[in-house]
Design a binder for this molecule. Structure first.
Ligand SMILES: [Zn+2]
Ligand SMILES: [Zn+2]
Length: 272
């Protein structure tokens, strides 16, 4: 199990390094000037914040690797619902299982994230992730070790409830990493249709998650806004609730408090 932990930790870390590093290079170095208009916050993350994010992401990669090795062990003992013969359930089931994985993980993440925002848990563990109101793509795995372990429990939750093919699991983990990086990118790369279309509008974007980091409230979900909509915790779903929660009377003040430029009262700028 030690060898598997080392191997899987390395895979998790290299995957994180490729996506976070690749998107950091693209937005913060290569397209720095030409993509200025896509930048969400007025300032860029400081070097010390990025250092902090990478340090904790290395720790999280080791813990995620450990969880993966444990699941591997349970699979070898025949205790999971992982199946190797792709034709057993077919292609459409594979797609359906991927969707089920995203929904299960999103639900688990939303509720554990709400828990971690209770003052005691926040101070103890979740503050590590909220080290700055303006995170960088390197923050994708920046968790306190206890939070990393808690968050990694989505893995047993999935492989004990959803018959999963390793290729689908691999695709899901890849998607999880890419979207974790995109959510913390600090640049809005999704086309405008993502913000206008009623269906696409429920997919979490960098703008959506940047609001969570600015206010330390709202927008708790990971992939879809469904739980935030249902529980009235989505920033853009009800401005009146948002204003009341942070104690300001106008949307303009609300935006200003979050570090965004004041906007007209009817603005939809943060709609995500
Ligand atoms: Zn975050
Ligand atoms: Zn949070």
């Amino acid at each position: 199990m030690l060898l598997n932990t080392l191997l899987l930790s390395l895979i998790v870390f290299v995957r994180y390094l490729c996506f976070a590093g690749g998107l950091y290079f693209l937005c913060y170095i290569w397209k720095k000037k030409s993509w200025e208009h896509k930048q969400i916050a007025p300032t860029r993350p400081e070097a010390k914040v990025i250092k902090h994010e990478i340090k904790y992401s290395i720790l999280s990669s080791i813990l995620f690797g450990f969880m993966g090795a444990w699941m591997w062990d349970l699979w070898e003992k025949g205790k999971t619902l992982v199946y190797l013969d792709f034709s057993k359930y077919g292609f459409f089931y594979a797609l359906l299982s991927l969707f089920a994985m995203l929904v299960i993980h999103d639900t688990y993440f939303y509720w554990t994230h709400r828990l971690l925002h209770l003052p005691w848990f926040y101070k103890k563990w979740h503050k590590v992730h909220h080290s700055a109101p303006n995170p960088s793509p390197w923050a994708a795995f920046c968790f306190h070790p206890i939070e990393a372990l808690l968050e990694s429990l989505y893995m047993p939750l999935i492989i004990f409830t959803v018959p999963s093919h390793p290729a689908v699991l691999g695709g899901f983990l890849m998607l999880m990493t890419v979207l974790g990086v995109v959510n913390h990118l600090g640049y809005e790369l999704y086309p405008a249709i993502f913000h206008r279309n009623k269906f696409l509008n429920t997919i979490i974007s960098a703008t959506n998650h940047s609001v969570h980091h600015r206010f330390n409230k709202f927008n708790y979900a990971l992939y879809f806004t469904w739980w935030d909509d249902l529980m009235s915790t989505r920033y853009s779903s009800n401005q009146a609730i948002s204003r009341k929660t942070v104690g300001v009377s106008t949307d303009s003040e609300l935006h200003h408090l979050g570090g965004f430029a004041p906007v007209p009262e009817d603005s939809n700028a943060l709609q995500s």
